[in-house]
Structure formats: C-alpha cells, structure tokens
Design a protein around this ligand. Structure first.
Ligand SMILES: *Cc1c(COP(=O)(O)O)cnc(C)c1O
Length: 390
C-alpha cells in the first residue's frame, strides 16, 4: 500500500475478535450502505441502522435508551444540551398562534426562550407562579398548548404539584412539560404523575462530572411523530464522545445521588442551627413550604440542593464566598464535589430586587449543590467560611 492510500477506514481496522468490556465510541460522521435498497430503508427508518451522524448514532441511542428506562418512558432522545432539548420540544410541538403557560420559577434561559424567542415566532406565553394552582388555572386559555414547569425550582427548591398541574393542563386540552433537572429520575419520574414530556439537562447530576453538555427529552410514542426529524433538521443532535462520557456518568447516578442526598439533609439540618444563617430551604426539612408535597411525590427523597440565606445580606455573602476555599463558587450543579452559587449575581442577575423578592431570593441567598465528600469535610468547610460571614 502506498503511503497516500492509508486511510483509517473501518474495514482496515478490524474489530477485535471478542467483545471489549468497556463500551466503544462511534465517532463516525457517516456509515457505509450495502446498496440503494438498504440506503433507502435506513433513511426511511424501516431498517435498523445509521447513515449520517446528525440523524442518529449508536452512542446517542444507547444513552437515550437508559434515559427512557430511568423515566419509564416510551420514547427518549438525546440532544446537544438541555436547552436543545427544550428547543426540540417547542419546535416539534408548538406553532404560530399557540399559547404557553410558563412557570415564573423556570431556569433563566428557559424563561427567556419561552417568552422572548417564542414571541418572535408568534407564540404567546403567560408567565405565572405555578406553585399557585388558582393563578395557573387563570393563565390557561383555549389556545394553551403546553404548561411548562420544573419539578424542583432554583434556588428556593419549590416543588411542583405534578398531578394537579397535569390535570389542569389536560382540562384545557394542553399538555404538561416538566424540566426534571434538579430532581433527576432518582427523585422523581414525572411521567408517572401525568406529565406528557420530561426534560433533563444531562449536563448536571445525570452526567455528574461537569465535563459534558447534553440534554434529553422523554415522552410517549404518540407524541414522537415529529421529534426525531425535527432534531435532525434543526441540528440539535448530540456528539458521540459526549454521549459516551454521559453514559459512564449515568452508571453511577444512583450511588452518587444517594450519597449527595444524605449530605444534603445533614447539611440542611446543621445550617438551620447556625447563628449567621437566617433561613434554610430544603424540601426534606419540615420547615420547607412544600415538605408535605415533596414527601408524597418523591417517596422520601429530597434531592441534592440546599439553599440558605445569610442574615448579613450581600456583604456577608461576599465574605462567605471569598472565604470558602474548599467549596468553590461555580454557578452550576450536580458535580462530584460540593459547589456553591450566588443566585443574585448569576442565575437571577437580570431580575429587579422586587422580582427577586417575589421569588424569595435575597442578596444573602447561597445555593449549595452537595457532592460526595465526607459530611465532616463539608461541615468543616462551611463552618470556616461562616466564621467570616458573621
Ligand atoms: C442547566 C439547566 C438547563 C439547561 O441545560 P443545559 O444543558 O445547560 O443547556 C435547563 N434547566 C435547568 C433546571 C437547568 O439547571
């Protein structure tokens, strides 16, 4: 073979004669077809297999199958990010003239997508506090197609009453889309409570290692007619290596989450006794406004996020964050290590003080994403930083 002719093609890199234990990565952007009949069947979806990466690939399908099983869904698809998954839900299911009812407590980018971007496309939306069922009912009308909420909201960790919201949506012949990112399927499987579509940002605890950006959408076969095509057409697809990494992360989700939840409950209880702390929000504490709902809906699990307010306001929060060298200020969640965020300067910085106040967020609010360290390590780290926040 001439040096010019050495191409790394599959047939020249024979597969191992016996299977590897670790799953393979398939980075191939395109696949080989036997003949026109097969190519036609593959593209039509009547024959199993792949043609072009944007239309689907084995690493995405493997990951989507795990998401589908975890949520007890009939269908699932993996997208490039949580926001891609939300865009896919919109593009597949909503059109000009439709109306959306959107929770005021949604993730900031979701809220903007579902109000500002949709408005450009002739899709109307009403923003409402979906913890108030009466106000939510009043926001629905005959053009309402989707009601969009989060299972556990950021950063006050309010819990959505999914069966009540599903019933309400269905009364209006609308459907319920639930962003389950803060709960994960370990804490909640929204389809079992009547939701029609579930979104997960796999970027957070599902992957759990802060090294991947992906999202997933899970739902029913009856709602899937346009989903796969729309994902390919709008280019919302995932990359093979990301899916492979997320598959590895997902394999430890249950053990990671159990450990982080145990840390979360103990830290929430400990924070409630600290003089510098004026309020602790964790759905597992009896003091949380949604504790009873959470206990019923989540079967004794309460998630890995804890928020608290420093009595000394922004000044105390700044001193606390600067002093916190073991728990870093990193405004995302679901990492292996415990991280903190400051909603007023990050996720909620676009809001006015009055809007923040209405959501129960103050300049002294700190949000913790509990990780897998020993409880002593986390407690000592918080104790040292709290000493600076008095
Ligand atoms: C991070 C996040 C998203 C967006 O997911 P990306 O993967 O960052 O695009 C959506 N909803 C919630 C609740 C999130 O935390």
């Amino acid at each position: 073979m001439k040096p010019d002719d050495v191409c790394p093609r599959a047939e020249r890199n024979a597969y191992p004669p016996n299977p590897p234990l670790a799953p393979p990565i398939f980075p191939s952007a395109v696949y080989q077809c036997d003949d026109p009949t097969q190519a036609d069947g593959l593209l039509a979806g009547t024959i199993d297999g792949y043609v072009y990466l944007r239309d689907g690939h084995p690493n995405a399908d493997w990951l989507a199958a795990r998401c589908r099983e975890l949520h007890g869904a009939e269908r699932a698809i993996v997208c490039a990010s949580g926001m891609s998954a939300l865009s896919l839900a919109l593009l597949a299911h909503v059109e000009f003239g439709d109306h959306l009812v959107v929770s005021s407590r949604l993730y900031g980018r979701s809220l903007r997508l579902l109000t500002e971007e949709t408005a450009r496309l002739g899709i109307a939306s009403t923003v409402v506090d979906t913890c108030d069922l009466q106000a939510t009912a009043a926001a629905c009308n005959d053009a309402t197609r989707w009601l969009i909420v989060e299972t556990i909201t950021n950063p006050t960790l309010r819990v959505s009453d999914l069966s009540a919201l599903a019933e309400l949506a269905h009364q209006y012949h609308a459907r319920l889309l639930v962003d389950n990112t803060f709960a994960s399927p370990i804490v909640c499987r929204p389809l079992e409570w009547g939701a029609d579509l579930v979104l997960e940002s796999l970027t957070k605890i599902m992957n759990g290692h802060s090294d991947v950006m992906l999202g997933a959408l899970c739902g029913r076969a009856a709602d899937w007619e346009r989903v796969v095509d729309v994902c390919a057409m709008w280019g919302l697809n995932s990359a093979p290596f990301e899916c492979w990494l997320a598959g590895r992360g997902l394999a430890t989700l249950a053990v990671r989450q159990a450990r982080a939840e145990s840390n979360a409950l103990q830290i929430a209880q400990w924070l409630a006794d600290q003089a510098a702390v004026s309020e602790v929000l964790y759905p597992g504490l009896a003091s949380h406004p949604d504790h009873k709902l959470a206990a019923r809906q989540f079967a004794g699990r309460y998630g890995t996020m804890v928020s608290f307010t420093l009595a000394g306001g922004l000044d105390a929060a700044t001193r606390f964050i600067r002093a916190s060298d073991q728990i870093v200020f990193s405004p995302s969640l679901g990492d292996l290590s415990t991280t903190l965020s400051h909603p007023c300067s990050t996720s909620h910085r676009a809001l006015s003080p009055a809007q923040c106040d209405a959501l129960g967020i103050s300049p002294g609010t700190i949000r913790l994403s509990l990780g897998l360290e020993s409880i002593d390590h986390i407690r000592h780290a918080l104790e040292a930083a709290l000493n600076e926040a008095r």
